[in-house]
Write a protein that binds this ligand. Structure first.
Ligand SMILES: Cc1cc2nc3c(=O)[nH]c(=O)nc-3n(C[C@H](O)[C@H](O)[C@H](O)COP(=O)(O)OP(=O)(O)OC[C@H]3O[C@@H](n4cnc5c(N)ncnc54)[C@H](O)[C@@H]3O)c2cc1C
Length: 479
């Protein structure tokens, strides 16, 4: 491997680490290995320009990392870590937040709440606001307000050709379109401005399900959620923990089902909607009124670093009968497995002015599988098992969703499945001139010409590549 020439970035303001130790760059995801030749922690956009110029001069690939929630393994190249660029400035008059590349949703939520405003953040406050939004960004409030990316006003980006560009609907409409949904494929976004919402209170709750028959629960959830108004969001979470000695007694050998509901509607309407779930829920399920800043607590996502691997497909319809077959394989897995069914639709199905690169606008549901792999597990074996579960559910995918392709699962899942063939061609035309030497390494893979051609000619899934014995498990649970 070529040795990095540190003299090229001597005017860099932030820390530089050559060949960092294995653990030094560990973010939220522990199932991947981050081993760049050089890691740099820029303090501002100009530092990012210097780092990218350095990489271009060395012909070294460039990767970006903020919190590491969406990380995949990295071997060599230059890693730009944005965590020191974490400013958040809220303008209550325009109801917008100016967000540095390294800011988490928790920081944005806190700054916005001081003005009675809220962003379209997700289920975990520790996720990076920019990384989330560049991949679309599905909030518990997205059925009411759309994807987070639909509400980007403008941004600054350093493209791999070393240029710092201001991007907005008027100033660079192509990059603006691509940044909203495929932003990780364009360069290093250093700042983003997005709209905030004036929301007094949200009604939210996690509803425990008593029924042990997951197929019946799923059937009820799908029928019930199909008719929900846009102001109500819904998510079904099914978790299966095998009977393994290394799991705590509280969850070992157990299965749980929970429905998460969020509503910005009237309290009586929301209560009626929850009651309509009928006999599958414990008595008197209640939604609690809360400020939007408290919403993430309802979802109780893991707070610290852990290992997780995931695939996610968008679908126009979920039919509970064939789905039951997939649920059976999920339960029989030797690893902890989690299946999430998100109700999409509502405002997410409407393209905003100027359009976005977000695929799957017409999808009604998002089906996600997340596995908690053991350190000894081969990511490809885990990916194949996940793929088998999804395939056995016989659901017709409209495509994949970039934000939820977790870990090194790309032996099966492809980032190109996240975009329509037409959008992939447009993305190719946009990225080629700004990354002429193909230096950028987005976490989930490049949208290069070969992949683009494959996506247009091939089916949604690759064939599995053979199985491997599952190992022991650690416990993690999302949602
Ligand atoms: C517990 C948990 C909960 C989640 N909840 C939600 C949710 O509710 N809704 C949702 O939509 N998603 C959710 N996600 C997915 C999350 O949005 C993605 O994993 C996202 O990529 C995380 O961004 P990050 O910057 O935090 O992570 P990182 O791992 O730091 O970044 C992931 C990748 O994004 C790209 N990237 C990040 N920053 C930049 C930048 N400044 N410029 C260019 N590219 C960049 C890079 O390719 C980078 O490798 C969740 C993930 C987890 C683990």
């Amino acid at each position: 491997m070529r040795q990095p020439d540190l003299s090229l970035i001597r005017r860099f303001s932030g820390p530089i680490t050559a060949a960092p130790a294995d653990d030094a760059l560990q973010g939220m995801q522990t199932a991947v290995k981050i081993r760049p030749a050089l890691a740099v922690d820029p303090l501002d956009s100009y530092d990012v320009v210097r780092a990218v110029h350095h990489a271009a001069a060395q012909r070294t690939p460039v990767a970006v990392s903020s919190t590491g929630h969406g990380a995949t393994s990295l071997n060599g190249g230059l890693l730009i870590r944005t965590h020191r660029m974490s400013h958040v400035t809220v303008d209550p008059h325009t109801r917008t937040a100016d967000i540095g590349a390294g800011a988490t949703w928790g920081q944005v939520i806190e700054a916005a709440a001081q003005h009675g405003l809220a962003p379209l953040s997700g289920t975990a406050t520790t996720v990076g606001a920019v990384g989330y939004t560049l991949g679309g960004g599905i909030s518990p409030l997205s059925r009411a307000f759309g994807y987070a990316a639909d509400h980007v006003v403008d941004l600054d980006i350093v493209t791999p050709d070393g240029r710092l560009r201001y991007v907005s609907a008027d100033d660079d409409p192509d990059l603006f379109w691509a940044a909203r949904g495929a932003g990780a494929h364009l360069g290093v976004v250093t700042r983003m401005k997005c709209r905030l919402f004036h929301i007094d209170r949200v009604l939210a709750g996690a509803i425990s399900i008593t029924v042990n028959d997951w197929a019946a629960v799923t059937d009820r959830f799908v029928t019930w959620s199909a008719d929900l108004p846009e102001r109500t969001g819904a998510l079904l979470s099914l978790k299966s923990f095998p009977d393994l000695p290394n799991l705590p007694d509280a969850i070992r050998g157990k299965r749980t089902a929970t429905i998460y509901v969020t509503s910005i509607g009237a309290e009586s309407d929301a209560a009626d909607q929850v009651r309509a779930l009928g006999g599958i829920v414990r008595e008197s399920p209640r939604l609690t009124p809360m400020p939007p800043a408290d919403l993430a607590a309802v979802f109780n996502e893991p707070a610290g670093p852990h290992a997780f691997q995931g695939d996610a497909i968008a679908v126009s319809d979920v039919n509970a009968e064939p789905l039951a077959a997939g649920l059976g394989s999920l339960v029989n897995s030797a690893r902890p497995q989690f299946l999430f069914i998100h109700r999409l639709g509502g405002a997410m199905s409407r393209e905003p002015d100027q359009g976005t690169a977000i695929g799957n606008r017409a999808a009604e549901y998002l089906v996600r599988i997340v596995t908690s792999p053991a350190p000894t597990d081969d990511p490809t074996a885990v990916a194949i098992e996940q793929d088998d579960v999804l395939r056995s559910m016989s659901i017709e995918p409209t495509g994949r969703v970039p934000n939820f392709l977790f870990g090194d699962n790309l032996g099966v899942a492809r980032v190109t499945d996240c975009y329509t063939a037409e959008d992939l061609r447009r993305l190719g035309r946009i990225t080629a001139p700004v990354d002429p030497d193909s230096l950028l390494m987005p976490a989930r893979g490049r949208l290069d010409g070969a992949a683009t051609a494959a996506r247009t000619e091939d089916s949604q899934y690759r064939e599995p590549r053979g199985h491997q014995d599952p190992g022991t498990c650690e416990v993690n649970s999302h949602g």
